[in-house]
Write a protein that binds this ligand. Structure first.
Ligand code: CU1
Length: 359
């Protein structure tokens, strides 16, 4: 009460000060939070957000019908031996490749191929056609025709690469890839049968009960792959057998195709350095060749060959008594995969084992 007159009678100087301070506060603090907020788009359905380059890519290249809702946050993952920032959506996986020029700085997972592999199916064994059928587009590369409503839907969508309205065939291909199966009847997750056609990055499904364009839907491959791989992370651990050039186990797994896994690798030796490298091969000869390349590279690069195309996951080179935790995604294809230590002489002495991947 006593102060009130003072409050009411604020002099012009006082007002100026208030205004200056407010402006300063606005300038110094507001733009950053505002920017962060406006660059994020969130979805109540899954309580997840998209932002930055993944958001613009998602919005510019088809959004919900093509990619679906986000089902993970943007996160670091090892994909085919490469550590990448990725985000999973119901229908695909977007990967950040900042080393590429836009629009190729965001790449799509080959989830059609991955999902078939996970089911233990080889698309190269699907029946092929010798040539174009009436009203269809024939792809000689894979020997498949694309026809009718699936062709219409395929042509209606694409990765915007030329900035021109409409979609060119190159743009359709960049988004979906080539057809890898004929149109065929399959039982999907809801237990019903549908005519479907597989592409490298998508599964087109015919839903004749819907009106166009909803008579052709894209399969929820991201969701299927992740749920089959299980939300659970496979927890693996490995050590070294005394002072021998041997792991304490020559088998790891089984893990489910595509499952997230972590390996805790302990170099229990008190004398020797060791590493653990998982290769995309079941061939002892291929592993031996890799080991020879590693020996040539030497300790400077931790006995890691420059050509890492075979490497699915690896630990650091560990000194005696050190340990490392390796997070990786199990290969999408069922089978056996060799792991080894590439410190010279160790593989030949028997420092190797097999990871089993099975549905
Ligand atoms: Cu070793």
């Amino acid at each position: 009460m006593y102060n009130q007159p003072g409050h009411r009678v604020c002099s012009s100087t006082c007002l100026t000060l208030v205004v200056v301070v407010s402006v300063c506060l606005l300038v110094s603090s507001v733009p950053f939070p505002l920017q962060a907020q406006s660059s994020q788009r969130c979805f109540d359905e899954t309580n997840l957000c998209i932002s930055g380059r993944i958001r613009t890519f998602w919005e510019e290249n088809g959004g919900l019908p093509v990619f679906g809702l986000p089902i993970t946050p943007q996160q670091e993952e090892v994909i085919e031996g490469q550590t990448l920032e990725v985000q999973w959506f119901e229908r695909n996986r977007l990967e950040l490749h900042p080393e590429n020029q836009p629009p190729y700085d965001v790449l799509l997972g080959r989830l059609g191929v991955d999902r078939l592999e996970q089911q233990g199916r080889d698309w190269k064994t699907f029946s092929q056609s010798n040539g174009e059928e009436a009203g269809c587009r024939f792809f000689g590369e894979t020997g498949q025709n694309v026809c009718g409503p699936i062709l219409t839907a395929w042509r209606a969508n694409g990765l915007e690469t030329d900035g021109q309205p409409g979609k060119t065939e190159a743009e359709n291909l960049a988004l979906f890839g080539l057809p890898i199966s004929p149109a065929q009847i399959e039982t999907l997750g809801d237990g019903n049968q549908y005519a479907v056609q597989w592409f490298e990055r998508a599964r087109f499904e015919l839903h004749p009960e819907n009106v166009p364009p909803y008579n052709v839907l894209l399969g929820l491959l991201g969701k299927e792959i992740r749920s089959e791989a299980g939300g659970q992370v496979a927890s693996l651990s490995l050590g070294v057998q005394g002072e021998d050039y041997r792991f304490d186990s020559e088998t790891l797994g089984p893990v489910v195709p595509g499952q997230s896994a972590t390996l805790s690798f302990q170099n229990t030796s008190t004398v020797y350095q060791h590493n653990w490298i998982l290769l995309n091969t079941s061939s002892e000869d291929v592993a031996r060749e890799f080991d020879e390349q590693a020996a040539m590279v030497g300790p400077a690069n931790d006995y890691m060959p420059t050509d890492q195309s075979l490497v699915l996951a690896h630990s650091r080179l560990l000194n005696p008594q050190e340990s490392d935790a390796v997070a990786f995604r199990a290969p999408g294809s069922p089978g056996t995969y060799i792991y080894l230590c590439t410190v010279p002489g160790h593989f030949t002495a028997g420092m190797k084992g097999i990871l089993t991947v099975s549905p």
